[in-house]
Design a protein around this ligand. Structure first.
Ligand SMILES: [Zn+2]
Length: 310
């Protein structure tokens, strides 16, 4: 009896220790905002404030990736859009480059893509420099890193040569599909439906979290420092608070991109290339020859959400 008790105690102790070691980095794409055509500045400011306030409330050192095309109206700089990013920086959040116009690297040449990367850093670099900070990270649009080894190598070497580090994603998901459904429900003043979508979004993200934790365990025998991808949408403006609570309940600490990439698993080599835009865990698994069954049980987006978003 006694020995069982000791084993049980040890088991709980190990669970507590490993729970404390779970880390996650929040990355938010398509800044300043994903407004779905709602151009009212008061609305956009409120959307951005919602994101910033929830991140601050939970001490989340998030990084936002900017498409600088959104900072212009008819070729001149839109000061309001820039002010949204300035507020982001003044709350000690980080910014990265997500290209100027969000091109699909599977469809454009390396030369054209590289030009778009350079065009996408001008204003961000300036507002960062004014705060004695610099631009360090790059996030690929659609997570398209290059569909051949040649294209991947060209871009990876180019980014390195201009001092960018690549920001991977481990918890890939369809938050943008939920976001469209949510926006439509809110527009129709269907608050019951909007609340249901929000609740189902958190449930879905928790399932994705567990799925990718399991993928990491299967691939590496440990839980990698996770990187969550989401977009600067109305949905996330209202639900980052709930997401953070769900993640804390699952034992996660919130860490910066710098801290995240100290995990040596991020040195894992990529040797398989395709048209996919997927989690780095899946890219590494493919690179290590994993097939079919390894990728099964990836939680799907509910059908009613897909229908609403059509
Ligand atoms: Zn994007």
């Amino acid at each position: 009896m006694k020995i069982h008790f000791v084993i049980l105690l040890l088991f709980f102790f190990i669970q507590i220790i490993s729970a404390q070691n779970k880390n996650i980095c929040f990355t938010i794409d398509d800044l300043p905002v994903v407004s779905y055509g709602m151009n009212d500045t008061a609305f956009q400011r409120k959307l951005m404030d919602g994101i910033i306030n929830s991140l601050k409330k939970h001490n989340i050192p998030a990084i936002g990736f900017v498409n600088e095309r959104k900072l212009y109206s008819n070729d001149s700089v839109n000061k309001f859009q820039v002010s949204l990013l300035e507020k982001w920086l003044d709350n000690n959040l980080e910014l990265g480059n997500h290209t100027f116009s969000h091109p699909d690297y599977n469809k454009v040449s390396f030369a054209d893509f590289a030009q778009d990367v350079l065009k996408g850093e001008l204003i961000s670099k300036q507002i960062l420099a004014e705060r004695y900070k610099s631009l360090k990270y790059f996030r690929h649009p659609f997570l398209h890193i290059g569909n051949t080894k040649e294209k991947y190598d060209s871009l990876t070497n180019f980014l390195k040569s201009i001092n960018y580090k690549i920001a991977p994603v481990t918890i890939d998901n369809e938050d943008y599909v939920f976001a469209v459904a949510y926006k439509r429900a809110k527009e129709k003043n269907d608050f019951t439906l909007a609340a249901k979508i929000g609740g189902d979004y958190i449930t879905y993200m928790e399932k994705k979290l567990h799925f990718f934790e399991n993928q990491s365990q299967k691939l590496f025998g440990k839980n990698i420092n996770q990187i969550l991808l989401m977009h600067a949408s109305w949905l996330n403006s209202n639900y980052i608070d709930s997401l953070a609570i769900m993640l804390k309940k699952n034992g996660y600490n919130f860490i910066s991109m710098d801290e995240t990439l100290k995990d040596e698993l991020y040195q894992t080599e990529i040797t398989k290339f395709g048209n996919w835009g997927i989690s780095w865990l899946d890219i590494w698994a493919l690179s290590q020859g994993k097939k079919g069954d390894f990728f099964k049980d990836d939680p799907p987006t509910p059908d009613y959400i897909k229908k609403l978003a059509q």
